[in-house]
Design a binder for this molecule. Structure first.
Ligand code: DP6
Length: 349
């Protein structure tokens, strides 16, 4: 157990119906992407990543401890969670129970404002909220680094949603416990860099191939993967310098090339993983046209067909209009930088 994860002893507590701990977390969008794990069980990424946490589409999760002997229960948007989704949540709660040295069964209630599994970073906000709510419920006090490391075990991108604004997630070094200990996110303080992120939701369907399976296939079979991971290191150095200068055009160019490179690795996987749809291409075309018209707008895409467009806040309405024109059946949201994961008032124990 990492030293900073030592549980604070808590006396026995009789949970009542109102004893849940509720946390809220927001999704984040990576400007430098994480794709590929070097340890599947510990969820340790192969590459460093850098993201912006959004101020929209939060996940709200309540964890309530139940009397011994009761079964664990998980609800998702009010309905019982099943299959893989339930399994990942319970496995995560088991991890928290182990760290806390407790065995109380739980009721986990999660509500997502973001469509789940559609490449809109629902697992990032989901596991960040669960990490905060579950550690509070079990009276486990973790510092932000330990909390980020714990959230990573649910979903590597969740390590970044622990923090607001911009966050850098370290791939870490070594193997086993050393890898686990050295892989976490930390905030990148950029008080004056406040771009908009226009989100083109072209589909809210769950993806056909999970990001977990897709990244495994990419690492194992794509001849382009290593080259992309290597160029990602240069992308990270370049974007950090551009962020420090507040150079949105450079940040956007690096963001776009990093994402397109990631999708190229997937297209070269065997068999190929293709998340782009015709609507994705239409949005990418509209972004190119915006740039030709002098509007600094840059696209990034995750494990799904939806497109996120980075731009100056004063250009956000124009970008949203152009994107809407490209996908009349889709919906368009405008986000700014948002807060880190936190307990709701009254939920503190
Ligand atoms: C394309 O964090 O959802 O959004 O760690 O397997 O749960 P797991 O994957 P997840 O993958 C996110 C990949 C990405 C890029 C990114 O957010 O960095």
């Amino acid at each position: 157990m990492p030293l900073d994860a030592v549980p604070v002893p808590a006396g026995p507590r009789e949970p009542g119906p109102d004893s849940g701990s509720t946390a809220v977390a927001h999704p984040n969008i990576a400007l430098i992407k994480y794709w590929g794990k070097r340890d599947e069980e510990l969820v340790v990424p192969c590459v460093d990543s850098l993201s912006m946490t959004l101020d929209i589409l939060p996940t709200t999760t309540t964890v309530t401890l139940c009397p011994q002997g009761r079964p664990d229960r998980v609800t998702f948007d009010g309905s019982p969670a099943e299959g893989e989704r339930r399994h990942r949540i319970i496995a995560f709660v088991d991890l928290v129970r182990e760290l806390a040295g407790r065995s109380d069964p739980v009721l986990v209630e999660t509500r997502n404002a973001v469509p789940t599994g559609a490449g809109l970073a629902s697992s990032a906000s989901g596991f960040a909220a669960l990490a905060v709510a579950a550690t509070a419920a079990y009276s486990l006090r973790l510092d932000p680094t330990a909390l980020s490391r714990l959230a990573r075990r649910g979903s590597a991108s969740a390590a970044r949603s622990v923090f607001g604004g911009f966050a850098l997630c370290h791939a870490g070094h070594g193997v086993g416990a050393a890898a686990d200990l050295s892989s976490y996110a930390e905030p990148v303080p950029l008080p004056d860099f406040d771009p908009a992120m226009v989100i083109a939701v072209v589909s809210t369907s769950a993806k056909a191939v999970s990001s977990r399976a897709a990244m495994r296939r990419t690492v194992e079979t794509s001849p382009l993967y290593r080259a992309w991971a290597a160029s990602g290191r240069a992308d990270l150095t370049d974007i950090r310098a551009a962020l420090r200068r507040g150079d949105l055009a450079a940040v956007g160019e690096i963001t776009e090339r990093n994402a397109l490179g990631m999708h190229a690795t997937m297209l070269a996987a065997r068999p190929a993983v293709r998340y782009f749809s015709p609507a994705t291409m239409a949005v990418l075309d509209s972004v190119l046209q915006l740039r030709r018209d002098g509007v600094p707008a840059y696209a990034t895409m995750d494990a799904g067909p939806n497109v996120k467009v980075l731009c100056p806040p004063e250009a956000a309405d124009r970008v949203a209009e152009a994107v809407r024109g490209a996908v009349p059946d889709g919906s368009v949201l405008i986000a700014r930088r948002g807060p880190g994961a936190r307990l709701l008032p009254g939920a503190e124990r």
